[in-house]
Ligand binder design. Structure first.
Ligand code: ADP
Length: 396
């Protein structure tokens, strides 16, 4: 059975088509610069990647090109072979604790939640509408970034602010990267081979979040009301003292939107190093002994260590496994080493050789045999989670 997994942003749309339940990727690709000049798309099939420069006026045009590619490459012979289309949706607020079949009511609710994710929810819906229009015979499923974290209890998700901010305006912790935390924690449970497991998942990419997952359910996570909370990220600050905001507004005359933009796009590793939000550039600078890059790196590691230690203590040390995932977590052994070395007092121990080996899409254990808690690298796969959830609805 053929299922599409879709991640639509305002100017990009990523896709993968799966043969389910085998989870075989038949074709994948992305549309870029939708609605802008120099738009193009790439398609990867049978290990070959092609790039095509075409006018991509809107998301509907992308779906037309996608269908054309599927037919021309004989991935499908007719549209009704596509039984389901799963969409990544960023914000489900407290309305969705799992994936859902998309109907008019769901679209309306996701629209209403746009205040909480003004950049993402409307863009995600552009993708949904385009697929509903072009492939009406397929079931459309919404998979929320926030859903996995809905199992957090009030003593985790409430902020110590006036209570009516929560009741009237929905100010609380939501958490993000849910599909990734779910994928990695499920995989970890398989690896540690326990029916009930307590695991810590470190999703560290350009954006980053750390979750504590108990028996498959999220207990707590580092991102908050927005993705700009928790650990330091590529260009986002993560946790800071909020008083910086009114202070900088007074000092510089910047508006709230400008400060918000600076905290999202000009902070984190980029802001502290003054070099880049990309760890590969920071690494190069560290090799040249750039002091700010070195300092940014320490700040970053500190912020990760703090969350792991906090979650470890909260479960009285009863942690079955820790995992690293996403761009930095999967590919930067020195970051993992620095984090684990700092956690030695809790019984974590790294195997340096294995740690150096496991990168670029490899899965494996990087802790030494005498580590109290096993540490894994698990390449995340949000796309397959979307396909799995979509498949479940079709099977029903
Ligand atoms: P997102 O999905 O949040 O955009 P990713 O999980 O794809 O991010 O991570 C991208 C980041 O991973 C890059 O910005 C870079 O900092 C980091 N990264 C990717 N490859 C490497 C590498 N080989 N070494 C160090 N960092 C890397």
């Amino acid at each position: 059975m053929k299922i599409l997994s879709i991640n639509a942003g305002s100017s990009s749309l990523k896709f993968q088509m799966y043969e389910m339940p085998e989870e075989e990727v038949l074709i994948s690709g992305r549309f870029e610069r939708i609605g802008l000049d120099k738009s193009f798309y790439t398609v990867k099939i049978n290990g070959e990647k092609v790039e095509k420069f075409v006018d991509l006026k809107d998301h509907s045009v992308c779906v037309e090109y996608l269908i054309k590619e599927l037919l021309e490459n004989k991935v499908i012979n007719s549209l009704d072979e596509i039984k389901g289309v799963g969409h990544r949706l960023v914000h489900g607020g407290d309305k969705y604790s799992e994936s859902v079949v998309i109907n008019d009511k769901v679209i309306k609710t996701v629209e209403e939640l746009s205040d909480l994710a003004p950049l993402h929810n409307p863009a995600n819906l552009m993708g949904v509408r385009a697929f509903m229009e072009k492939i009406p015979s397929a079931i459309q499923v919404g998979c929320f970034d926030t859903a996995f974290h809905q199992t957090m209890k009030a003593d985790r998700y409430l902020y110590p602010v006036p209570y009516e901010w929560y009741t009237k305006y929905g100010v609380r912790k939501y958490g993000f990267h849910g599909m990734s935390h779910r994928y990695v924690s499920e995989r970890l449970s398989e690896l540690v081979d326990k029916d009930y497991s307590n695991v810590i998942v470190c999703h560290i990419g350009n954006g980053g979040s750390i979750s504590l997952v108990r028996d498959g359910k999220c207990v707590d996570t580092s991102m908050g009301f927005t993705p700009n909370a928790g650990i330091i990220m590529g260009s986002r600050s993560g946790d800071i003292d909020y008083s910086v905001i009114p202070y900088i507004a007074k000092k510089t005359g910047m508006t709230l939107d400008e400060i918000d933009n600076a905290l999202n796009k000009k902070s984190g590793m980029l802001g502290t190093s003054g070099i880049s939000s990309d760890f590969r550039d920071i690494d190069e600078a560290i090799a040249k002994k750039d002091e700010r890059a070195i300092m940014a790196h320490y700040l970053f590691v500190n912020s990760i260590v703090n969350y792991i230690a906090k979650y470890y203590v909260e479960l009285n040390g009863r942690i079955d496994a820790l995992a690293f995932t996403a761009g930095v977590g999967e590919n930067a052994p020195h970051v993992r080493r620095m984090v684990i070395d700092r956690l030695q007092c809790l019984g974590f121990k790294i195997d340096r050789e294995k740690n150096d080996e496991i990168r670029f899409g490899k899965e494996g254990i990087i802790s030494s045999v005498d580590s109290k808690i096993p540490v894994y690298v698990i390449p995340t796969d949000e796309e397959v989670m979307i396909a799995r959830d979509t498949y479940k609805f079709i099977k029903k």
